[in-house]
Write a protein of this length. Structure first.
Length: 154
């Protein structure tokens, strides 16, 4: 802690008080998976690690992420391989409709190709991050959450 404050802000916390407050340790995704196989409700879609919420739930210390990923990633990989092998025996792979792939890729990249016209996705993300930190932190109040809803991009 001392080193971080000194390096990053040139503050000596042995001489100057520092603010201490609650924070969210780590937010994870919320793909609900089968505990045994790690398969989601979408057949063939497996999730592990950050997106699967895993053993520790949606808020846990970062140091648990590697063990979570190793254990559940291994399980997800084994079950995904078994699922793929069984599926291959039962059906033949269809052709990928490249026109649909290209259309989806174009749509996903549109915000980054606007140039000076239109909203900057990075600015929107920064603004969202700032007001979520201020208004929807670990301690939440109805009036502040309402403010956040009113500020949020539609």
């Amino acid at each position: 802690m001392y080193h971080q404050f000194k390096q990053l802000a040139d503050i000596d916390i042995t001489q100057v008080p520092m603010e201490v407050g609650p924070t969210t340790h780590y937010m994870m995704g919320g793909v609900q998976v089968d505990a045994e196989s790690q398969m989601s409700s979408v057949a063939g879609l497996f999730a592990a690690g950050e997106c699967g919420a895993g053993l520790h739930g949606a808020n846990r210390f970062g140091r648990n992420s590697l063990s979570d990923l190793l254990v559940f990633g291994k399980r997800a990989g084994e079950f995904a391989a078994r699922f793929a092998n069984e599926s291959a025996k039962q059906t033949s792979a269809g052709k990928v409709p490249m026109d649909q792939v290209d259309a989806a890729a174009k749509k996903a990249l549109e915000p980054f190709e606007r140039g000076a016209s239109g909203e900057n996705p990075f600015a929107i993300q920064h603004e969202l991050q700032a007001f979520m930190q201020d208004l929807v932190g670990i301690v939440r109040r109805e009036d502040e959450m309402q403010q956040a809803l009113e500020k949020s991009p539609s």
